[in-house]
Write a new protein. Sequence first.
Length: 607
Amino acid sequence: MHCPECGTKRSPGAATCGGCGFALATLDPAQKGGATARTMVGVSLSDLAKGPNASTEIDPDAPTLVRPGPNGPAKPVVPPPPENRTIVGMPAAALPTGAKPAQTLLGVAAPNAGAPAVKAPPPAEGTLLGVARPGIAPLRASEPRAEPEPRGREREMPHELGATLVPEAMDRLRGKPPRPSSREKLARKRLVLPPVLPRGEVPRERSRKNRRRALPVIITAGLLVVFAGVFALFYTSPPPLTASVKATPEGREAVAIECPSCPDGTKVQIGAASADVKKQSALVTLPAPLALGENRLKVSIDRPGSGRDESVGVTVHVSYRLRPDLTGLANDKPSVHVAVEAVGGTEITIDGKPAAVKDGPAVHVIDVASDCTGPADEPATLKRRVPYVVKTEGGTREEGAVDVAVGIVPLHIDAPGPRVIVDGETFVLAGRTMKGAEVLAAGKPIQVAADGSFAQRMSVSSVGSTNIEVRAKAPGMAPRLVPIAVRRVEKLAAAAQEFMADKPLGFAAFAAAQASDVGKPAVVSGEIVEARTQNHQTIFLLDVAAKEGCPKGQGPCRVRLVHGFPNPSKAGDVITAYGQLGKPFSAPGTSVVPEIQVAFTMPGERR
């Protein structure tokens, strides 16, 4: 027998269920299979105790009893119901006259008090109310059993209201093997169902599960990002090229590129400027200087043939700049400027002098007038090397030099010479320079021929000394300066006496003169051996007499005279020339002879 409350198998002789504590009715061993072991409706415990032959006298307080007969199907015992009872499961006609149902008694189990054993009838069809067990006869033996209404298909077992029939008992009635108990089922397989969450908790629970699932993915992605950052920070591949700022010999700014992967003939380009790579290096001259600080440049690399072409971005840092400036060459006194720029906190010293760069760019001036002064038949080069020392804000010290190299325009003066004395109002300025150059005399331009020659008559308005500067200039070059001293006198004889007061060099002195004596005053007398005129000049070859210092027995002593005036003297005439010592003259096939730049001449020997 099993507990009708929870279905737990009952222990023999137990009065209560071991699973739920429900009170179980005690059965007599003689009543095996009896119907009293089931829940019955309307059965009084006192009537069950009296047995089948008990008196039919009805106790007013006793409940209605429906029980089986001793020798056959169950026969209802119908006591006259009192006013406070209701007999359930009995037709209304069977109630005594005047009975007033007022109470229903359900679920009273018959005591095990000498009731005869009742065989279980076959299962009946339909649903009975108030019947303790299927198969019990109707309340009245004379009435036929009511057939149940069909409900689609026949059911194997009836459903009883008010009666409890455990599955184990049904299996025994049908002859099926006993089912395992609930505990045995749980022992075989324990099924744990998830808790039922309220409607509002479902989305939150799903979001929590999604967060739990996404958390490992997020952590893995974060670790990958950190690893990539660390890898990029500590691992740097060698750049395909490096760039730095340099100055060209012409003073322009350029970017020096070193490209180990570039073969010879590779073309590198920055903007519109380009250069070819030779021995893995190239110098790209920029059209304009870079700005101070960081400069981001894009370098295009065009390798020859089927080589890989690419564009590489490089950063060039310019913390300071020392740039030669040639605009000062146009000044009255030619000069070269060094422009100095630097970022804050940088100290620069140029040629031993500090440059003030705190308030902006500074200019260091270099006077080059001496390099540009004096006649020259051929172009020359002006070269200067200006050392500097730079101390950056971080304490770094750098030393270098600014190299300046610029060409000087040639200028040769034929007339009147470097120093001239006239007694007239005019003289001729003649000479030559390079093609395309411009010539100025006393600040005024004069006409220059296509071949670079020029000749201009100059006037001297009054008696006295006048210094004239002749300047030849050309774009991108340093000018050439030739000063001319012009003196106007009333009489040349008076000028001769003044000239001798300066103790000029005689033939014996300037014949043995050195290069350092060039430009010193000199005087000589002799006979004209040869005379000719060219380029507004008169050139004499003079034979010096022994009394003028020519050593005896050494043959004739000759002197070359160059006078920048038309001179009427001719060969065979004796003249005295006053002027300054020039460079020795050497003609092909002849010996070297001294030369005098004549300021003026006087006829006859000097006294």
